[in-house]
Design a protein around this ligand. Structure first.
Ligand code: B3K
Ligand code: ZN
Length: 883
């Protein structure tokens, strides 16, 4: 396979000004006619090289005449055209494809009988020969012809300009998209769908028709998605002044989809999981995910579609920015602190771990074999953190000025990350020379902070040391600018007023001209070693460092356990209040793991238990926040902090701490469950979501005690639940312990929901993720269950992805988990390389384990890479993991 490098980028030699597509959709074959108005950009006889995969070329014409055989060459992945006219010309290509046999779910394919597309990143080349790259932007029209009974609805991008009947029971529709776009934003849908219709009136008074399309029986489940869409449209106007630019916005939900959703211009296509919701079938987490992703895809209309990427290395230009925007949207719709806690949690477990392994890559990668492998937590989530740092450095108003300038300069263009950075800095007239390194250097920086209070001078000094670890291909790193947000708490737990800080020899005033004082200072750490001194600090403070997680770093500090308990009780920064508890938990768990490994007696510090007790009893706190505070760091987060990860010891310890907490605060937990039961009618408000989350976390703790009366209580909760949030939480609680109650609840749940495929996916995931010993055999059995279908990505993510999330079973000492995963990956790779490649990634941290496990997983990775006909997708991940 060929590796592609950022440094080799060259602008295209031909522009495609206008593209007219015609699809004749059929059961056996589909005919695609592409008529392109081509504008040569360079003089001389430059070949035009088109991408194309699995296409049958039917006809090829230039200006209406067949292209002579000597002037073109077809290979497996390209169509080379030579001896081309030097003035603009029309290129007509007819190809034949078989969407019904396309199991990769990329290009044009069928999902439960309907036609749909997924073109990003490089799927358009499976539809027709094209310059399949984002810097080729064209105006598209699309004519669709199909059987009227089988495919009554025909959709594409833009506005419907014509439709009518044809002979033989067929009909047609013609769509015109007035905005230029790259082909990755092209979309087509044809099938038996109905829509929920609503509208939104934009700030300039344009009435936009909104339609969410699903199979007829699912329409009642689209109300929340519609509401979320309207909220997102309003939010983007209010926060960024960005208005929708067409009269129609369509969303289509399809059951077979590799990713979450796709932002095709005016025709978003979604994985059904992220559209369909009812209180009975979807959890509060599903509701939140739908709101976030509906927002995300809508926000792409400006950050991604109106301004797009020059090449795929720039993916974070649109993804990091759009994730940041959807995070802010969700924060404004719900609880900002809780949202930040959830986002950082995800970053820290998934992204930090990627950044420390063989697949570590910069936010802007330097090379790839298969672009699909780079839709990663690094490009998305770390990319969003980079965008957030601009806002932290420039302030909200400054960030908005940067966004305005970005659109003013680049609307309608395909640009790079430098152009975003330049707009941000130019609009604010600043230069931060080491900030661009965030795009180029992989690896999570470690920021080590030591502090010192000088009572005589009344100063408080913060000493910073910044270290960026080496990563594959990047042995040496430079320090980069990271904003360190700091608050200082006095002995009453109040924020101190911060007036000025010294950075080296320069003194910065932290008070505004109006005399307003600040309680959080943003320090600019941009050297390997650096010292900041706060002036006029009347007593020894407790520092609250890296407030709101102001930079994506691993923070190591000399803050004591006592300070952490103090912060847990008092910090005004909600994120850091939670983080104080997490830091204490991490320390405790790591100490216990080493005790367990040495065979020492285990015990949990009573101060820790008391900290938890006072948090759960503090009625002034948001209940969702309390639920987050009660949740211990995950097993993988602890594993990442060990020299040699020991999944068995970590699992034992985490269970041990949970049962210790449960036994010690049993009464408080019971009271919490009692006091927070839902009313019969589902209430989606924040208050009620928060109550459910606290009740369900408490129930989970209680179930760990495995006492008959508590199991009975959980069974009652399960039976009486009126919404999926409560029902699945009760089921999960029951399933912690093997036994009859577990088997019965699982069987009842299946009976109740077997017609609801999205609910059954939860049932699959719950069993797959189970830590019950020897679970691999159950999961192998579930592969044969009628509820499973290896062609459906959601089912694979639930069952196979779920299994890999149970460290004790995936990393079972006998290698059975590794063998299972490799078996599935090899089977899956023949059907859907993108999904196979996401699954094989579970192997990538194999070097973190003991020698026996290393040998076992290495053997499976080698078995995979030695397979004939392996996809580039899986090859890239497996071979880089072995390297
Ligand atoms: N842009 C799409 C991702 C497409 C992935 C292709 N392998 C979804 C999103 O981030 O909005
Ligand atoms: Zn996106």
């Amino acid at each position: 396979p060929k590796e592609i490098f950022l440094k080799d980028y060259k602008a295209p030699n031909y522009a495609f000004e206008k593209v007219d597509l015609k699809f004749v959709l059929g059961e056996e074959k589909t005919l695609v006619t592409s008529s392109i108005h081509v504008i040569p950009k360079s003089s001389g006889d430059t070949p035009l090289i088109l991408d194309g995969e699995r296409l049958k070329l039917v006809t090829l014409k230039i200006n209406g005449s067949p292209v002579p055989e000597d002037n073109y060459k077809v290979s497996a992945r390209k169509l080379h055209l030579t001896s081309l006219p030097s003035s603009p010309f029309d290129l007509d290509i007819v190809t034949e494809i078989e969407p019904q046999n396309n199991t990769s779910l990329e290009g044009l394919y069928k999902s439960t009988g309907n036609f749909c597309t997924q073109c990003e990143a490089e799927g358009f080349r499976k539809i027709t020969y094209f310059q399949d790259r984002p810097d080729v932007m064209s105006k598209f029209t699309t004519r669709i012809e199909a059987d009227k009974t089988l495919y009554p609805v025909l959709l594409s991008n833009g506005n419907l300009i014509d439709e009518g009947d044809l002979a033989d029971g067929k009909h047609y529709a013609v769509w015109e998209d007035p905005w230029t776009k790259p082909c990755y934003l092209f979309a087509l849908v044809a099938g038996q769908l109905v829509s929920r219709d609503d509208s939104f009136t934009t700030m300039s008074g344009r009435k936009v028709a909104l339609r969410i399309w699903t199979p007829p029986s699912d329409v009642p489940k689209t109300a929340h998605a519609m509401k979320s869409l309207q909220l997102a449209m309003k939010w983007d106007e209010e926060v960024f002044g960005l208005e929708y630019d067409l009269d129609l916005f369509n969303v289509v939900a399809v059951p077979d989809f590799n990713m979450g959703a796709m932002e095709n211009k005016s025709l978003n296509i979604f994985n059904s999981r992220l559209v369909l919701a009812s209180p009975e079938t979807a959890t509060d987490a599903d509701y939140a995910a739908i709101e976030g992703v509906i927002g995300h895809e809508y926000f792409h209309n400006w950050t991604g579609n109106r301004v797009t990427c020059r090449d795929w290395f720039q993916l974070s230009l649109k993804e990091g920015l759009t994730v940041f925007r959807d995070q802010e949207f969700s924060s404004d719709m719900g609880s900002r602190g809780v949202k930040r806690i959830a986002d950082v949690g995800r970053l820290r477990t998934a992204q930090f771990s990627q950044d420390a392994g063989p697949m570590a890559h910069p936010v802007r990668p330097h090379s790839y074999i298969k672009m699909d492998n780079f839709y990663t937590v690094t490009v998305y989530e770390k990319g969003a953190e980079v965008v957030r740092m601009y806002q932290t450095l420039l302030g909200k108003a400054g960030f908005r000025k940067g966004m305005d300038l970005y659109f003013q300069r680049h609307d309608g263009q395909a640009v790079t990350c430098e152009e975003f950075l330049a707009a941000m800095f130019d609009a604010n007239d600043v230069k931060f020379p080491t900030f661009p390194l965030w795009y180029a250097q992989a690896g999570t920086p470690t920021l080590t902070v030591t502090t010192d209070y000088n009572a005589d001078a009344q100063t408080f000094t913060i000493k910073c040391n910044q270290y960026v670890p080496s990563t594959p291909g990047q042995p040496k790193k430079e320090p980069m600018l990271l904003p360190l947000a700091v608050g200082l708490l006095d002995s009453h737990g109040q924020d101190m007023r911060l007036t000025s800080v010294k950075d080296g020899s320069s003194l910065h005033n932290l008070t505004s001209a109006e005399g307003d004082f600040t309680t959080t200072a943003v320090l600019h750490v941009d050297k390997a070693e650096q010292e900041f001194t706060f002036i006029d600090i009347a007593e020894k403070p407790v520092p609250s460092l890296l407030r709101n997680f102001s930079a994506p770093v691993r923070l190591v500090s000399d803050v004591t356990n006592n300070d952490l308990f103090f912060l847990l009780a008092h910090d005004s920064d909600q994120f850091n209040r939670w983080e104080a508890g997490q830091t204490l938990s991490r320390k405790l768990m790591l100490d216990l793991v080493s005790a367990q490994q040495k065979g020492e007696k285990l015990s949990v510090d009573s101060a820790f238990i008391e900290g938890i007790r006072s948090t759960i009893m503090d009625t002034s706190l948001d209940k969702e926040f309390v639920a987050k505070c009660l949740t211990l760091p995950g097993e993988s987060e602890i594993a990442d902090l060990m020299d040699v990860a020991d999944p068995d010891a970590i699992h034992t310890i985490r269970r041990y701490v949970i049962t210790q907490i449960a036994a010690n605060i049993r009464e408080e937990l019971l009271k919490t469950v009692e006091a927070n039961r839902s009313s019969a009618a589902y209430d989606p408000s924040h208050e009620h979501r928060a109550r459910r989350s606290l009740k369900n976390v408490s129930l989970g703790y209680l179930a760990s005690l495995n006492e008959p009366e508590i199991i009975d209580m959980a069974v009652d909760e399960f039976k009486n639940a009126t919404n999926m949030t409560d029902q699945i939480a009760a089921l999960a609680a029951i399933c912690q312990n093997p036994g009859d109650a577990r088997s019965k609840a699982l069987a009842d749940f299946y009976e109740q929901w077997k017609e609801e495929t999205l609910v059954i996916n939860k049932w699959l995931a719950l069993q797959a993720m189970s830590d019950i010993p020897g679970n691999v055999e159950n999961v192998r059995g579930l592969l044969e269950h009628p509820a499973f279908d290896i062609r459906n990505p959601n089912k694979v993510y639930s069952l196979i992805g779920g299994f890999c999330a149970s460290a004790v079973n995936f990393h079972a000492k006998d290698g059975s988990g590794y063998k299972f995963l490799a078996d599935v990956v090899l089977q899956l790779d023949k059907l859907n390389p993108q999904v196979a490649s996401r699954m094989v990634s579970a192997f990538s941290r194999w070097r973190r384990f003991d020698e026996e496990r290393q040998a076992l997983s290495k053997a499976q990775l080698e078995r995979i890479t030695s397979m004939n006909g392996l996809s580039d997708n899986v090859f890239e991940i497996a071979s880089k993991s072995l390297a």
